[in-house]
Design a protein around this ligand. Structure first.
Ligand SMILES: Cc1ncc(COP(=O)(O)O)c(C=O)c1O
Length: 446
């Protein structure tokens, strides 16, 4: 062995020693986009019982009648277990696809079970749709802010996210038209618009019917496909659901649905309703991903829908979430420092808070966790790193009393930060980039 060989060998060994992952050079380019967020470690602490977590978005299934679910599952295994535990159709079980069409009628959708593909939660629907449409570098238009899980999928497929501003009624049609025009000038074309029209994650706001119609008009003019993600649509607190975008334009809209928030997330059952040609490709993509979506879960959900008053159960969920929403709004009104604003959700799980100028939600999080309250900083919901003046608060899980206590603790931390800033100057340039680039929904304020 020459001295040069020895030196190279040593260098290799040292490199290996200093790396946590010895396969780092071998990953596909797309894998490098898959990074754990820096705040994950903090959330391990935030899950301790003494911390009020307004961070997680887990559905609250404590009101689910487990005896009913238990007897449905028991009956399924005893009477139809061999079929329910066998491989099934790549598109999903017909009995469930028929039931899904009944569920979608509540939001004005008329659909044929042939056009439904069952997925492993709507998250897999998002993944399959992106896989079908996006090559690396392709553009996806997306609300600002948007669902962190969708941004992760777009990143994994190396798509470029172009954000479109929202106001308190959701995505702005004018901003969408401008984005389309700018892309055209740059010689690009968006593959689709991703939007969450009901009780948006993270902003908690909804598009009224006129806004949906207007967005679809702009989409038609720009020959744009719309991906409508709707896990929260049946969890509205006031009146009937607003008609889904898919009910207004069956050919332009790919619709994603889920049983995670209206039944239980653990079954991992969602679906995609797509125009016929897209549906054919989706089934092929589903077969390559999973062979078939989980048969047992599908039969379980179908039996639950068949044997239980699921509409009544959703009503109970709505009432439980409304009580928590009210606690959150009361707590914010009582405890937020001057200069804070927040959205007023008509359903779903989330409130979007805009901090007083100068405060940075990312920098403040460790101090909040020390004060035993947690939230998600706004930066996770933007593909371009903006959002530091915002935070997402979830009211779905803690009790109303804990929610109010959480807002009290948060208010104290924010007041302290505001006082420090007043004494020592600003952490963030006043008029943060978020304010300059995107309108941000915020209706109530102090
Ligand atoms: C907007 C949105 N889309 C999709 C999902 C994924 O839900 P699931 O895969 O459980 O259906 C979530 C989960 O929180 C969500 O908030």
């Amino acid at each position: 062995m020459t001295a040069a060989d020895a030196a190279a060998g040593l260098a290799r060994l040292q490199r290996r020693d200093t790396r946590l992952d010895s396969y780092v050079d071998r990953y596909a380019a797309r894998t490098h986009g898959m990074t754990a967020s820096a705040i994950r470690a903090l959330f391990a602490v935030a899950n301790r019982p003494e911390v009020v977590s307004l961070a997680g978005g887990m559905p609250n299934i404590s009101d689910l009648p487990l005896d009913v679910v238990g007897s449905v599952l028991n009956e399924l295994v005893v009477s139809d277990g061999r079929r329910a535990m066998q491989y099934g159709s790549g598109q999903g079980e017909p009995v469930l696809r028929e039931a899904i069409c009944e569920v979608m009628k509540l939001e004005g959708i008329t659909a044929h079970p042939d056009d439904v593909t069952v997925t492993v939660g709507s998250q897999q629907g998002l993944d399959l749709v992106t896989r079908l449409f996006c090559d690396p570098g392709d553009v996806v238009l997306c609300e600002a802010p948007s669902y962190v899980g969708a941004l992760g999928v777009f990143r994994a497929y190396q798509a470029e996210v172009v954000h479109v501003a929202m106001d308190e009624h959701g995505l702005l049609p004018g901003a969408l038209a401008e984005a389309l025009a700018a892309l055209k000038t740059a010689g690009k074309k968006a593959k689709f618009l991703y939007t969450i029209p009901n009780f948006q994650n993270p902003a908690g706001i909804s598009q009224p019917l006129e806004r949906r119609t207007e967005i679809l008009r702009v989409a038609e003019e720009g020959d744009l496909l719309v991906v409508e993600d709707n896990p929260y649509g049946l969890l509205g607190f006031d009146g009937d659901p607003v008609p889904a975008m898919r009910s207004l334009d069956a050919e332009r809209v790919v619709y994603l649905g889920s049983f995670s928030k209206t039944f239980a997330p653990g079954f991992r059952v969602g679906w995609v309703l797509a125009p016929h040609a897209v549906r054919e490709k989706l089934v092929l993509a589903q077969e390559s991903a999973t062979l078939c979506p989980p048969t047992f879960s599908q039969f379980a959900v179908a039996s639950y829908l068949h044997n239980h008053d699921w509409r009544g159960q959703i009503k109970l969920f709505r009432e439980m979430y409304r009580e928590r929403r009210d606690a959150m709004l009361a707590g914010l009104a009582d405890h937020m420092p001057a200069g804070t604003s927040w959205t007023v959700p008509g359903g779903g799980f989330f409130v979007w808070v805009t901090l007083p100028p100068g405060l940075d939600s990312h920098a403040m999080l460790p101090r909040a966790v020390t004060a035993r309250v947690a939230y998600v900083p706004g930066t996770g919901f933007y593909a371009d790193g903006l959002g530091s003046r915002h935070m997402r608060l979830s009211y779905c899980f803690p009790t109303p009393e804990r929610i109010i206590e959480g807002t009290r603790r948060l208010g104290e931390v924010m007041q302290y930060e505001t006082d420090v800033l007043a004494t020592f100057g600003t952490m963030v340039e006043s008029g943060s980039p978020t304010d300059r680039l995107y309108e941000s929904p915020g209706t109530n304020q102090r």
